[in-house]
Design a protein around this ligand. Sequence first.
Ligand code: ADP
Ligand code: MG
Length: 298
Amino acid sequence: NISIDNDIGRPLVNLIRSPSFSDYLSGSDHAVPLRLLPTPEQERCFQVEVTTFGGGDRLIFVKDISEQYKLEMMRRDFVGNVSHELRTPLTVLKGYVENLQSLDRSIIEKIERPLAQMEMQVVRMEVLLKDLLWLSRIESIEHSDKTSSVDLGELTNELVGDLRAAWPDREISLSRSHDGLILGDPMELHSAVSNLIVNALKYSDPQSPVVVEWLCEKGHPTLHVSDQGEGIDPTHIPRLTERFYRVDKSRSQKTGGTGLGLAIVKHVALSHNAELNIESQLGVGSTFSLVFESNDPA
Ligand SMILES: Nc1ncnc2c1ncn2[C@@H]1O[C@H](COP(=O)(O)OP(=O)(O)O)[C@@H](O)[C@H]1O
Ligand SMILES: [Mg+2]
C-alpha cells in the first residue's frame, strides 16, 4: 500500500512495519541477507541485502523470493510427510521380524542370519526416519522466536553424564567457566550438543579423550567439542553439514551414522543465531564449536 505521492521522503521503517527489518537496518552486521517471511497480511517472501557506503549511506536491495520459499516449504513438508508415513509400515515389519526371531531355534535355524540382517536394517531405517522427522521439525520452526532461557552449561553437564554411562570406556571431560543463559529451545540444543559429542566419540580412537568446554570467548558464549581423532580433510569441511554427507561412506555404515547429524546441528545453530565452526587437522583431531550471540538475558 505504498503511494509515491504520499510516502516519498518518509522513513523506510515507517513503510515496512517489521521489527526484524528495522533491527536489521539499524544493526551493523549485514553479512547475511535478511528474509522477510510471509505473514497473514502479506503472502510474499522478500530477501533484503544492505550495502554500506562511506558517510553512513546505505543501498538496499530487495528481492522477491516467494517462489524459492514456496519450493523450500514443499521440499520440507514432503520429507516430513514421507518420513511420517513410512513409520507405520516399518513398525509392522519390525514386529514380524521380532516374532520370527522368537520362534524355536529348530524352525529358524536356516534363516537366522538373514533375519539378523533384516533386524539391523530395520533399526537403521528407524534411526534415519527419526533424524529426518527431527530435521524437518527443526527447519519448520527455524524462524520461531526462542523464548526460554537455557542453561547450556547445565544441559551439557547432564548430557555428558548420560554419555559417560552409555560409553563407559571413554573419557569425556567437561569444563564450565561460563554461567550465563542463552535464549533457545532446550530440546534442539540438546540434540545439537549430543550430535557433536557422539561424533567426537565415534570418530576418534577409543583410548583418546573427548574434551567439552562451555565458556565465554570474546564476549560470545561458546561450546567447544574437541577430539583427538582421525580429523577431516579440508576439502570435506564445507560440505559436512549437507544432508547425508559423509566423508567415508563405507566406514560410516559400520559406525551406524545417518549423515544427518551435522545437518541437524547446523539448523539448530541457524535457528539460534549461532555459528557452527569446524576446525580439523587430519590425524590430529577436530574441534566443533557453537558460538552464540553475546546477549545475555540473565
Ligand atoms: N569429530 C569428527 N571427527 C572426524 N570426522 C567427523 C567428526 N564429526 C563428523 N565427522 C564426519 O562428518 C560426517 C557427517 O557427520 P554427521 O552428519 O554427524 O553424520 P554421521 O551420521 O555419519 O555421524 C561423518 O560421517 C564423518 O565423516
Ligand atoms: Mg553423527
